[in-house]
Ligand binder design. Structure first.
Ligand SMILES: *Cc1c(COP(=O)(O)O)cnc(C)c1O
Length: 343
């Protein structure tokens, strides 16, 4: 038995998903002639109450396309200093769009309208880069799966409207946030110009992200995706997986959240643990008591067939997912309890 908690991207497609993929009706999506892709894009745009959607091979490409869509070279976007678009997209913001990032020290990856307002460069002060875009992330990745309060987003949406800034959501794990809050995706569709959504995280697809926005924006996004090399041919096999996940996997996210809570509860009783950050969804970040070596701890777990990752600066991370079974869960909790001698 191997318990892999390094990310929620390690899942294998379920049997039902594979069957849905096998039976997909496909065509050449570069000519927009793949019925499964077209149906999936419509399904997602309808879910969010947006005009159009576009299927992408990765969340990174969906985010990078959105950033290119909303900016001109030399301009600046505003995001939290933990943001995926800033930290984990290979410097794409500057490489692809010629844009810089104004970073905000938010709370667990979340920022407020006041913080954003203070970070906007004066529009007529031509010495500084022109601020044109705000990027939020929900749930936050480096922030430990934290969920935005909808009121915060509403005030950010209001500010962006006032200041003429575009607002993009990196919603790689928005499904997890929606599971916790029970909010209607349409509410999110109404508050953001564009949203990216991952299907290869908690929803368990092998690949795939979707960008939603207006019809005009998605026409332009199609061109940008082409430039980025993201045109796909019979991608309907992959879109069929996404469509299946929406219908059959989405409801299971609450199990991932429950298990993360239960792991946190056990870690909180372990003498070798210094702090467990609040667990809101499926990401759990914790630290060891001073003097304990993270690398040795990770190695010790590995010897017990449990994989987790270190985030640096003394932080360790576990991410629950649909292939982390009840049996894995039981084994992990017992192993952690038995690691007392480690301290
Ligand atoms: C995973 C993730 C992405 C996209 O990652 P890809 O590996 O390119 O699909 C984007 N934003 C956040 C917050 C993520 O966690």
């Amino acid at each position: 038995m191997l318990v892999n908690l390094i990310s929620d991207t390690v899942t294998q497609p379920s049997e039902g998903m594979l069957e849905a993929m096998f039976s997909a009706q496909v065509g050449d999506d570069v000519f927009k002639e793949d019925p499964a892709v077209n149906a999936f894009e419509e399904e997602v745009s309808t879910l969010f109450g947006k005009e159009a959607a576009l299927f992408f091979p990765s969340g990174t490409m969906a985010n990078q396309t959105a950033i290119k869509l909303h900016t001109q070279p030399g301009e600046q976007l505003i995001c939290d200093h933990y943001a995926h678009v800033y930290n984990y997209e290979g410097g794409g913001v500057s490489f692809n769009s010629g844009v810089s990032c104004k970073l905000i020290q938010g709370e667990r990856g979340k920022i407020t309208a006041q913080q954003i307002e203070a970070s906007i460069n004066p529009p007529d002060f031509y010495h500084s880069p022109k601020t044109s875009l705000v990027c939020l992330e929900n749930t936050t990745n480096k922030g430990g799966g934290a969920v935005y309060d909808i009121e915060t987003i509403k005030s950010i949406n209001h500010l962006c409207g006032q200041k003429g800034l575009a607002l993009h959501l990196d919603g790689a794990r928005l499904w997890n946030a929606l599971e916790v809050t029970g909010e209607d995706p349409k509410l999110y569709g109404a508050l953001f110009d564009t949203l990216s959504l991952c299907f290869s995280k908690g929803l368990g697809c092998p690949i795939g992200s979707v960008l939603v926005g207006s019809k005009l924006q998605m026409q332009e996004a199609l061109r940008i995706r082409k430039v980025f090399g993201g045109g796909m041919r019979q991608a309907g096999y992959l879109a069929a997986a996404g469509s299946y996940a929406l219908k059959h996997h989405r409801k299971d996210l609450k199990l991932d959240h429950q298990k993360a809570q239960e792991i946190a509860a056990v870690l909180n009783t372990c003498s070798f643990v210094e702090e467990v950050q609040p667990v809101e969804t499926n990401i759990l970040i914790f630290s060891l008591k001073q003097g304990l070596d993270e690398a040795a701890f990770i190695q010790k777990l590995k010897e017990n067939n449990i994989l987790i990752i270190g985030l640096g600066k003394g932080k360790l991370r576990m991410v629950t997912h649909r292939d982390y079974t009840a049996e894995h869960h039981h084994y992990l909790l017992t192993t952690l309890s038995k690691m007392e001698e480690y301290a």
